[in-house]
Design a protein around this ligand. Structure first.
Ligand code: AMP
Length: 207
């Protein structure tokens, strides 16, 4: 199978990476693909009381702030992308995926390399303190359950920062562990800027 060309949008939860990836994904030729959105759509039926065992398990994991297991995540991502090709919303010959939320660890990075070619990484980042502040703000506006629980928020950020160096060094072995690291493969984007400035940086790397 041909590999899907992608830009990996990478950074801690809550600092606006998803918002920008979503905005850029509105442009023809780009598909915003978020595994968080994929899972949220999947567990929507839990509230209706007719969810499958898998959906219930994913719902529980998400509420705790933990990660869904690697095989389930990668299999579902692949199925979703293949459906996007089948229904014409993504043309692998000409289009790019804006990959958001995957990989979350080095194992996933290895697993997706079979079908996703990460051309470069847009590393949208800020300190942990800024991330906590922004997530708390978002919880009030969007009412996301997993953002309202401080323990879950803390756990997600711990997982992110614990795995970030592993993932970034997978894509560029020269990665030195610093947020500001910038290379051919990894582009540093400062999430402390105004949202429009972050989007401008995004687009600069995409064109
Ligand atoms: P997000 O919207 O990216 O913060 O994702 C919300 C939740 O979905 C996460 O806290 C995880 O429980 C789950 N999730 C999203 N992406 C992944 C992934 N690549 N691997 C495992 N779990 C994931």
């Amino acid at each position: 199978m041909a590999q899907f060309k992608s830009f990996l949008v990478f950074g801690p939860n809550g600092i606006g990476k998803g918002t920008n990836a979503k905005a850029a994904g509105k442009l023809p030729g780009y598909l915003h693909f978020s595994t968080g959105d994929m899972f949220r759509a999947l567990v929507a039926r839990v509230k209706e009381g007719n969810a499958s065992e898998l959906e219930l398990r994913i719902d529980k994991t998400m509420k705790s702030g933990g990660l869904v297991d690697d095989q389930t995540t990668v299999d579902l991502a692949r199925q979703n992308l293949e459906s996007a090709v089948a229904d014409g919303s993504f043309n692998p010959e000409t289009d790019y995926i804006l990959l958001d939320g995957l990989p979350r660890n080095r194992k996933q990075a290895e697993m997706i390399s079979d079908f996703i070619d990460v051309l470069s990484v847009l590393h949208v980042t800020a300190s942990r303190e800024v991330a906590v502040e922004r997530i708390t703000g978002r919880a009030k506006i969007e009412g996301r359950k997993d953002d309202q629980d401080a323990e879950s928020v803390g756990k997600r950020l711990d997982i992110f920062f614990n795995n970030a160096t592993d993932i970034l060094s997978y894509y560029d072995s020269a990665f030195d562990g610093k947020n500001e690291f910038d290379s051919e493969k990894i582009h540093y984007i400062d999430a402390n800027q105004r949202p429009a400035a972050v989007l401008k940086d995004f687009l600069e790397y995409l064109v």
